[in-house]
Design a protein around this ligand. Structure first.
Ligand code: FES
Length: 110
């Protein structure tokens, strides 16, 4: 049986150094749209780019600590889990990321 990582396609997204801290970048792959973030710590997170409320573009949201605020109606989403924070509810998909030779890759399940 394959591990989850073995079931992924790693898609080249961007050069790590080209990612601005706390600024989202939209990455598209075969109909999926991902918001990629480089945190202040240098850690990367990747989540589904559309807010579960009314499809606000999360890559355009404001990042504060470990969360992004949707630019449309300000729902707060935890970047590591994709969970919408109370009092709102819902979640977005999260994606694995890795850096190889200075290039960021995003893992898509196949
Ligand atoms: S679309 Fe994101 S909070 Fe409404």
């Amino acid at each position: 049986m394959k591990t989850q990582e073995e079931q992924m396609i790693w898609v080249e997204a961007v050069t790590y150094e080209d990612l601005a801290v706390n600024t989202g970048k939209t990455i598209r792959y075969q109909g999926e749209e991902v918001a990629l973030f480089k945190m202040k710590s240098g850690k990367l997170t990747a989540i589904q780019n559309r807010c579960p409320h009314k499809a606000g573009v999360l890559a355009e949201g404001i990042v504060c600590d470990e969360h992004v605020f949707c630019p449309m109606h300000d729902r707060k989403i935890q970047l590591s889990t994709g969970l919408v924070q109370a009092p709102d509810t819902g979640c977005v998909q999260t994606y694995s990321t890795k850096v190889h030779n200075g290039t960021v890759f995003i893992g898509f399940l196949v």
